[in-house]
Design a protein around this ligand. Structure first.
Ligand code: LLP
Length: 437
């Protein structure tokens, strides 16, 4: 049976009509590790990472794909991607510390952020080799105060529009990120007065969950035009060109993203033709995908509890997780697909709304989805495409412990994130002695 494009690569339906991922039956996995459960398919991550790396190697050999760790910042994920030849984009001391804790090679780490603290900048400089993406004038000032040599890229706001949700669009001019083209000269002049900053390249990121290819070509042109203009005028030796991340994934059958190979090919060809046009030494081409690496590798398994049918209306089924483990539906009206893990081969014949367990009416994971009829308590609902920006944006809303995450592959299952317990929830609470009983 051909499974839809939003399933992880190793997904199968077994003889018991159960969904398996990584050759592990999800009903057995939740018996062993409980639910809700984040499940991550190692094969999908490696397949996709290789698609990036191999297509870049084929079309533009001087390349470095780096994982935007904000999508899923976990040691095991960093380690898999290191093995696949990736670098890392980090945006906080926490993400950097996670990388440091597994000795991730510093010369493949890039620190981003529109409001980096001096401590974060210092930490990056001390993890020697880490590069910094200068986003604003304050970065330049703080780096000057630190006065230690550091390689940096400059982030531009290219003014490229793309079709995605307003909150996850970053490359348009009215954005909190990066220098608009009017302020570039001033930025470079300040950098020139800050001798410890070694400016080695330019960066731009246009947004996330993008299905079009043209914006990447536009961004390459804008970056390289400025590369030439600024490089000549200020005698700068640029050798890195970072075009950001953002390639979209399939969440539902309505989504039809281009293949990664296709985007890498078109982007590489554009960069090569611009290099010829401008007679440049080929820079290192950096791409920084997050969602497209881990999104489809992850699923979340929930258990069904209560249900209700409103008069002449919807069938609600409530699951034991929701907006705290997956804030994307309530934040971005994000759409997801689902199946019932223990009835994976049954015909879909009834429309349900899958409600979360959190005390908010808006905590609906999926509105109106067809699933097999007669869903019962303890059935297992699987949401697909939850690998990116689910755990990394999760919370303890309603003081509910966060789920565990299990890495599966070839019938093996390993915990890569422990399930939180009730003690974890109160471990930072402090009761002033005058209030203690
Ligand atoms: N580079 C930069 C500078 C970024 O800001 C981002 C994402 C990426 C790379 C990776 O983009 P990706 O390949 O993952 O699309 N929380 C939102 C997405 C926010 C994206 C933020 N920046 C969501 O859940 O849809």
């Amino acid at each position: 049976m051909n499974l839809p494009a939003y399933y992880p690569n190793s997904a199968k339906i077994n003889a018991q009509n159960h969904l398996e991922i990584g050759d592990y039956d999800l009903t057995e996995l939740t018996e062993r590790f409980g639910s809700p459960l984040y499940v991550l398919d190692e094969k999908t991550i490696r397949d996709i990472a290789r698609e990036y790396k191999q297509s870049l190697d084929e079309f533009y050999p001087n390349n470095l794909p780096i994982f935007a760790s904000k999508a899923l910042a976990l040691k095991a994920v960093f380690s898999i991607l290191q093995q696949e030849g990736f670098g890392l984009d980090v945006v906080s001391a926490g993400e950097l510390f996670t990388a440091e804790s597994i000795n991730f090679p510093a010369d493949k780490i890039y620190l981003h952020g529109n409001n980096k603290s001096i401590d974060e900048l210092e930490r990056a400089i001390n993890y020697s080799g880490t590069k910094i993406i200068i986003d604003n004038f304050n970065d330049i000032k703080l780096l000057g105060e630190l006065n230690k040599p550091v390689d940096c890229l400059l982030r531009l706001t290219p003014g490229v529009e793309c079709h995605t949700h307003e909150y996850i669009k970053t490359g348009h001019l009215d954005s909190k990120f990066g220098f608009d083209l009017e302020h570039l000269i001033e930025a470079i002049e300040q950098i020139k007065k800050t001798p410890n900053i070694n400016l080695i390249g330019l960066h731009a990121h246009i947004g996330s969950q993008i299905f079009e290819v043209n914006p990447y070509e536009d961004v390459a042109r804008i970056l390289l035009e400025n590369y030439v203009k600024l490089g000549e005028k200020y005698n700068l030796k640029f050798n890195e060109l970072n075009v950001g991340g953002g390639i979209g994934i399939t969440y539902t059958s309505a989504d039809d993203p281009p293949s990664i190979r296709q985007v890498m090919q078109i982007l590489s060809n554009k960069v090569k033709s611009l290099i010829n046009e401008f007679k440049l030494e080929p820079p290192k081409l950096i791409v920084e995908p997050g969602r497209s690496i881990v999104g489809r590798a992850g699923v979340t398994v929930y258990e069904v509890g209560s249900s209700k049918t409103v008069p002449k209306g919807r069938h609600y089924i409530s699951v034991n997780g929701g907006m705290a483990d997956n804030p994307r539906p309530i934040t971005y009206q994000a759409k997801y697909s689902a199946c019932v893990a223990n009835k994976a081969a049954e015909q879909n014949s009834q429309v349900y709304t899958i409600a979360g367990r959190y005390c908010e009416s808006g905590d609906i994971l999926i509105k109106d989805i067809e699933l097999p009829a007669n869903i019962q308590p303890k059935d297992l609902i699987v949401l697909f495409g939850t690998g990116a920006y689910n755990y990394s944006m999760s919370s303890n809303y309603n003081r509910v412990p966060r789920p565990a995450m299990i890495l599966v592959q070839n019938g093996e299952a390993e915990i890569i994130l422990q399930r939180e317990n009730l003690e974890d929830l109160i471990k930072h609470d402090v009761l002033p002695s005058r209030l203690a009983n």
